[in-house]
Design a protein around this ligand. Structure first.
Ligand code: PLP
Length: 545
């Protein structure tokens, strides 16, 4: 049998444990779940990331004004192992020391984290690994020099033998520059070094939102020293001018993947104009099942045969999980929800395309449902610290919790713990991104495997899984329109019909069908959206040649 290639996976964030704040959102969740699966299976795969001092901002709520704000806390993690390795990178012409830690807890021991907050660095250098996505411009480039260039140097200093360098998102791109530099130092020309480097790099692209694909003026990259030995012309050849990190990664990789089938089409269209780029295939995201799914639900669904007894057991277990969530919400907010009322969970980053407040578009629709105890909704979600629109969306939802106390609840500071509680204990998981902006989404997979029924637009992973009225529901029929208002009106209308004609009647009047759907939701998703399948596909389609 051919030996498996050894892989170094680079990512800006990793979500391994709720309270270990090296993550912001979905990208980190995917990376953390991936590392866990690789560890479980003892794959020859390591992760390279950053040891964030403060991580992503913690969300706090000012209840008087209904406004969210961000708090930053210096975290100390005693469980990190000192590898004894320090490497150097040059930033703005100055030497910066980068210390290498090894994550060794929570089922993960293959993750190396880079840290500039050490003695010997001046204050400016120490803050490079301060805040995850905290800054733009030069500071972001400095962070990416540490991750990419520092990352490759760390791999060399640790003596690790790597066949494939996998960039999860464009942040790690400068690792490619270091790989080119190594070869040019050994005497190759830029073109030769580029070609050889391309042979060992693969890339996963995520966001289909154009602003989410970072770019930098060429002069900034040179001023910061990110270019190493690459000339201005070399940089433009790779990433254009201004330098687009995604374009650069697509030209530095032998293969790239998008994170769902639909996203593959979107990404190929989006980067259609880019010459000389690698192909983009689709490998749909997945979740690490032991982290997110109630084992008992899985077992009950496995044995499910639709008779009264198996229905009752599945429902009882779900009610157990739902009551846990209700207790969790009460502990956090003092609000006691009603276990007999249909509970909708919704937690998302407050990015405008995710339309967190779509369900509140028309008060005359939602108000009677909430007041007549047909629905209750639990929200959670953070806005990016610099995203004022996102913060406004949160304010809007907070205002709804005041209008409908006891029926609409907001949990502050969305993290893995909240994500798990909601995707385990809700009845319905609502997801309404403006298609085709959601690359994949993984929270719906967590819900699906816990028997929490998805009610979602056909975006991201859901078109691959949805059997309408069998394992969940879709609404909107995959409608797309560049006119956002039109699209929102269309989808809101579809959502109201789906809730009034299908979801609510099934829940209250046809509980047997509901429970059948829960079993089907679990059984139709657990293999296809479990991390085992994704890791296998990464090896088959990306890593193996
Ligand atoms: C699962 C999860 C995500 C990713 O979910 P999406 O479906 O992409 O919104 C983000 N944040 C947390 C805390 C999660 O648990």
């Amino acid at each position: 049998m051919k030996k498996k290639p050894s892989v170094a996976y680079f990512c800006m964030e990793y979500a391994i444990e709720s309270k270990v704040k090296f993550y912001a959102g979905g990208l980190g969740i995917l990376a953390g779940d991936y590392m866990k699966e690789a560890c479980d299976r003892k794959e020859p795969l390591i992760g390279i990331g950053i040891k964030w001092k403060q991580g992503y901002g913690e969300q706090r709520i000012d209840h008087e004004s209904c406004k969210p704000y961000d708090a930053y806390i210096n975290n100390v993690y005693k469980f990190l192992k000192d590898t004894g390795v320090t490497v150097n990178v040059t930033i703005r012409g100055r030497d910066v020391k980068v210390k290498v830690w090894q994550y060794d807890a929570h089922g993960v021991d293959n993750l190396y984290l880079l840290d500039t907050d050490i003695d010997g660095n001046d204050d400016e250098a120490r803050w490079i690994t301060g805040q995850l996505y905290g800054w733009f411009g030069e500071e972001r480039v400095a962070q990416e020099i540490v991750l990419g260039i520092g990352g490759v140097r760390a791999i060399r200093a640790l003596g690790l033998d790597i066949d494939v360098y996998h960039f999860n998102e464009g942040h790690a791109l400068f690792a490619g520059f270091e790989l080119i530099k190594e070869k040019m130092d050994a005497g190759l020309s830029f073109e030769e070094a580029w070609e050889k480097t391309r042979d060992e790099v693969v890339f996963t692209t995520h966001t289909p939102v154009i602003q989410g694909n970072e770019s930098h003026p060429i002069d900034r990259l040179i001023y910061m020293g990110a270019n190493l030995c690459l000339t201005k012309e070399n940089l433009i050849t790779l990433g254009g001018d201004p330098f687009n990190m995604t374009v650069g990664a697509l030209r530095l990789s032998r293969k790239a993947n998008a994170v769902s089938d639909l996203h593959k089409d979107t990404a190929n269209k989006m980067w259609d104009e880019v010459e000389n780029r690698c192909g983009i295939i689709g490998i749909t995201n997945a979740i690490h099942i032991p982290t997110w799914v109630d084992q008992t639900m899985l077992e009950l669904a496995e044995k499910y045969n639709g008779d009264d007894k198996s229905r009752e057991s599945l429902w009882d277990r779900h009610m157990h999980n739902k009551k846990e969530l209700i207790r969790f919400v009460e502990n956090k907010t003092g609000v006691k929800l009603d276990p007999e009322v249909l509970l909708i969970g919704f937690s998302r980053r407050a990015a405008p395309y995710k339309r967190s407040n779509l369900i509140f578009s028309d008060r005359s629709f939602i108000e009677p449902l909430l007041k007549n105890k047909k629905l209750q909704i639990v929200f959670s979600g953070k806005a990016h610290p610099l995203d004022d629109t996102g913060k406004e969306i949160i304010s809007n939802i907070l205002a709804m919790t005041k209008l409908y106390p006891g029926s609409v609840v907001f949990l502050e500071n969305y993290d893995m713990e909240i994500g798990k509680a909601l995707t385990t204990g809700s009845d319905v998981w609502l997801n309404n991104p403006r298609r085709p902006k959601e690359a994949s989404g993984t929270s719906g997979m967590k819900a699906a495997m816990n028997g929490v029924l998805n009610v979602s637009t056909l975006d991201g992973w859901w078109p691959e899984a949805c059997q309408h009225g069998v394992n969940g529901w879709q609404f909107g029929d995959g409608y797309e329109d560049v006119d956002e208002e039109k699209c929102d009106a269309h989808d809101f209308n579809a959502l109201t019909r789906c809730l009034l004609e299908e979801v609510i009647p099934t829940y209250y009047d046809n509980r047997c069908k509901w429970i059948d759907m829960m079993a089907s939701s679990i059984n139709t998703t657990k293999l296809r959206f479990g991390m085992k399948r994704m890791l296998d596909e990464y090896y088959e389609k990306l890593y193996n040649k």
